[in-house]
Write a protein that binds this ligand. Structure first.
Ligand SMILES: [Zn+2]
Length: 340
C-alpha cells in the first residue's frame, strides 16, 4: 500500500476532522472471466482503521481495472483512444458516425466499456494510416457541416503529410529487402539519413554545375564505389543497376521524394527534368570526415561534368562494362574504379 497524500478534512467514515489518507494498492477483480490485477485508489481513516471509496474513486478504479484488462489483452487503453481522436481533433460522436458506429460508441470506449477486437483494430488503423482516415472522411463528407468538415479535412491532410515520408521510407526499404549482401550494397545497409545528406552535399556545392537527376545518380554511385574501394564500405548502402545511361539506384523514383531533398521540375519537349536545388545549409549531421573526403574527391573529378560527360565516364568503368543490362552492379568492380 502506498500513501499518495494526506488531506485534512471532515472524514466521512468517523465524522471527525482529521488527516484522511489517500492510498493506492493492488486490487484484483474478475472481469469477463479473467483475473485482472490493477492499481486502485482508496481513502483510509486511521482512527476507524477503515477504507472508504467515494463515488469519484469508484469510477476511476473501474476505469483503471478496465485499462488493466485492455493492456493484458493487447487492446488500446482509454488514454490511447483519446490520443488517437485528439490527433485528428474530431469529436467523440463525429468519429463514431464517421466509422458507422453508434453515436455513443467512442464515448463509451473512452470510459467504462471495453472495445471489441474488431473496433480496436479499426482505431489502430486510423492511428497508423492517416491516408485511410482521409479517404473515409472524404467519403462521408456530406454527413458533416461544411465548416466542421473543413477543419477535420485540414487536420487529416496534415497528419497524412507527416506520415507520408514514413510511408515512402517503408516502400524504399521494402525494395531493398532482397539486397542484403555486401556485393550488392557495398557492405552497408541502406542508410536513408546519409543518402539525404550526400544528395544535399552535392546540391549545395558550388563546385557542382547543373545538377540534374542523371548526373546525381552517377555521382552517388561514384561516391559509394570510391568509399568501397578505399574502405571496403559504401556510404549510403544504395544498390545500383546498370541502365543505358549508367548506374541508377534501386527505387530512384522514390528517393527523389524523400523529405529533405529539394529539386524543381523543368519541362522540356515531352520530358521532365529534375534540377536539384541548394537548401542553403551546411549542416550534414550524418556525414563523417571520411565521407566528406570521398565526396570532395568525386566533386573535384565529376562536379564539372555535363550529363553526357558523366554518362561517358560511367560507360568507361569496368563495373558498367561487366554488368548486363538491368542487373545489379557488383561492388567488387569498384576496386578497379577509374578514380584514385
Ligand atoms: Zn476518520
Amino acid at each position: 500500500m502506498d500513501i499518495i497524500r494526506k488531506v485534512h478534512r471532515l472524514c466521512s467514515c468517523c465524522m471527525q476532522e482529521h488527516d484522511v489518507w489517500v492510498v493506492r494498492d493492488v486490487a484484483k477483480n474478475i472481469y469477463k472471466e479473467q483475473l485482472v490485477e490493477y492499481s486502485a485508489t482508496y481513502e483510509y481513516c486511521e482512527l476507524a482503521d477503515e477504507y472508504l471509496v467515494p463515488e469519484e474513486l469508484i469510477t476511476a478504479n473501474d476505469i483503471a481495472m478496465k485499462n488493466a484488462y485492455r493492456e493484458a489483452n493487447g487492446l488500446l487503453t482509454t488514454e490511447q483512444i483519446v490520443a488517437i481522436r485528439k490527433k485528428y481533433n474530431i469529436s467523440q460522436s463525429d468519429l463514431a458516425n464517421l466509422l458507422g458506429w453508434g453515436g455513443k460508441t467512442i464515448t463509451r470506449y473512452e470510459g467504462h466499456q471495453v472495445q471489441d477486437v474488431a473496433h480496436d483494430t479499426i482505431l489502430r488503423k486510423i492511428d497508423s494510416d492517416p491516408e485511410w482516415y482521409l479517404t473515409i472522411l472524404q467519403e462521408r463528407k456530406k454527413s458533416f457541416a461544411e465548416v466542421t468538415y473543413a477543419k477535420y479535412y485540414r487536420l487529416a491532410v496534415k497528419a497524412y503529410e507527416e506520415t507520408q515520408d514514413a510511408y515512402l521510407r517503408k516502400s524504399i526499404f521494402a525494395r531493398y529487402a532482397r539486397y542484403d549482401d555486401a556485393d550488392c550494397n557495398g557492405g552497408r545497409c541502406l542508410d536513408i539519413e546519409k543518402l539525404i545528406d550526400v544528395m544535399r552535399y552535392y546540391s549545395n556545392s558550388n563546385k557542382v554545375s547543373v545538377l540534374y537527376k542523371v548526373k546525381m545518380m552517377k555521382m552517388l554511385w561514384y561516391a559509394d564505389a570510391l568509399a568501397y574501394k578505399r574502405y571496403n564500405s559504401s556510404i549510403t548502402g544504395l544498390v545500383y543497376t546498370a541502365l543505358p545511361m549508367g548506374a541508377v539506384p534501386v527505387a530512384h523514383g522514390l528517393i527523389m521524394d524523400l523529405k529533405g531533398i529539394s529539386y524543381e521540375e523543368i519541362e522540356y519537349e515531352d520530358n521532365t527534368a529534375y534540377h536539384f536545388k541548394s537548401d542553403n545549409s551546411n549542416q550534414y549531421p550524418t556525414l563523417t570526415d571520411t565521407d566528406r573526403v570521398v565526396l570532395d574527391t568525386i566533386i573535384d573529378v565529376c562536379g564539372g561534368d555535363t550529363r553526357d560527360q558523366i554518362v561517358k565516364r560511367m560507360h568507361g568503368e569496368r563495373a558498367y562494362k561487366e554488368t548486363k543490362a538491368n542487373e545489379v552492379i557488383l561492388f567488387k568492380y569498384a576496386k578497379e574504379l577509374s578514380i584514385d
